[in-house]
Design a protein around this ligand. Sequence first.
Ligand code: ADP
Length: 319
Amino acid sequence: MDDWCVLGVDLGSTTAKAVVVGSDGRMLSSAVVQMGAVSRKGVEVAIDRALADAGIARDRIVRTISTGYGRKLVPGADRTFTEITCHARGAVALAPGVRLVIDIGGQDSKAIAIGTDGLVDRFAINDRCASGTGRFFDVLSRALEVEVTDVADLALASNRDVEVSGMCATFAETEVISLLAQGEEPSDIAASVHRSVAGRTLGLVAQVGKAAPVVMTGGVAQNHAFVAELARMLGLEVTVLDDPQIAGALGAALIARDDHLGALAEGAHLADSAAEASWDTAKAAPAPHCADCDGHPEFHATGPVHIELALARPGRADR
Ligand code: ADP
């Protein structure tokens, strides 16, 4: 029977994403659910929504692979893969030939170098300093009392450079409020935060090496002012996928399909586990001293780590 489907689930720090892919490798549906915090409920809603959109019953799902910060909490997952592998796989499927994937979510940011074979070559992650992640934009939007979806347009309206001294997300709320009290324009403050996050992303890219074409995934890719600033700083065009938030879940679903077809190379899981282990090692390293931060904290990333991911050659996901 050929009417089977597979499911990819990405349980992130702020959103749960689910993607259904058919036996022919086509994406049938996707769902993104905003959560207050990592929650099993959020992931169930995302899965139900994606299944309903695809018009398929749960018993047609033959394989589920989960990824994301909360990947081990996803009910019914047959296997877990890191976001490194899954974002790379999703991005390569949607943008064949991509050589650098920049994924910025709510809690971490990653630069993933892709080889000419479409497999992960090296990666670097920042999951220590919130100033390089979507969290900084969330804090900014709260302090400026605007939606996070509106900070991009606000930043683009800026006509003056404001130096936000520490540029530390932890203290940003207080600092933004104090700048507002000094009469600084919200748009100038917003632009400053965009420049800061883009600068930090540049530091991450430097660890794996600049390469083109560049694709951006994750929620922050929806911030057009940020993408423009990053492209300007990189001196490269940055392509944003149609629905950048679902790249990881799509990659997970495509890996689930390979797995079901027996096309997942023997070492694929081992290679991903090695990536996970090196990330865990980095996490176990002493935390940066935020109190001593001069606004330019070192990235506590895992990279560059050269990992050959022996995944089956990624196919193209027809949408
Ligand atoms: P995670 O996988 O960790 O949950 P996401 O990839 O879903 O993270 O990204 C979440 C982040 O993306 C949020 O913290 C927010 O800053 C940013 N974001 C989400 N949607 C938008 C949008 N429409 N415009 C700008 N930024 C957005």
